[in-house]
Design a protein. Structure first.
Length: 138
């Protein structure tokens, strides 16, 4: 009976339950739960922090600020120029969102002599699948 309880306690702890919550379930003090787990060799679960890259944060920011249309356009919902092009800060500079979207979703570097054009013709669309690279005509 005691072995079964201890096994259940260890499973709960490994599934993320706190010592206090386990104590409530089994009518034990938090300290007694800690002692039982220590006797079983169960250590405190280590939290794993996942470091998110800058470009991943930007991808999430773009996704969180769009409205998707039925033709799969991602319409930018935040700051826009008077002509309707979306803008955002990227690497410390105000930039067009469609250029940033192309850069972060396609892992590509855009030279200053390159244009990012849209296949869908919506100025505020930032869907990377609608964006194409084109050389500027000088």
């Amino acid at each position: 009976m005691k072995e079964l309880r201890n096994k259940e306690i260890s499973e709960l702890r490994l599934n993320g339950f706190t010592l206090a919550k386990i104590g409530e379930i089994y009518n034990l003090t938090r300290e007694r739960v800690r002692q039982i787990l220590s006797e079983l060799g169960i250590q405190k679960p280590q939290s794993v922090k996942v470091k998110i890259s800058y470009d991943e944060k930007i991808r999430q920011r773009i996704i969180n600020n769009i409205k998707e249309t039925e033709n799969n356009c991602w319409i930018w919902q935040k700051t826009k120029t008077p002509l309707g092009y979306g803008t955002m800060s990227y690497k410390g500079y105000k930039q067009y969102v469609h250029r940033v979207s192309y850069t972060v979703f396609k892992d590509s570097v855009i030279n200053k002599d390159m244009n990012v054009i849209r296949s869908c013709k919506h100025r505020d669309c930032v869907n990377p699948n609608h964006l194409l690279l084109d050389k500027k005509i000088l």
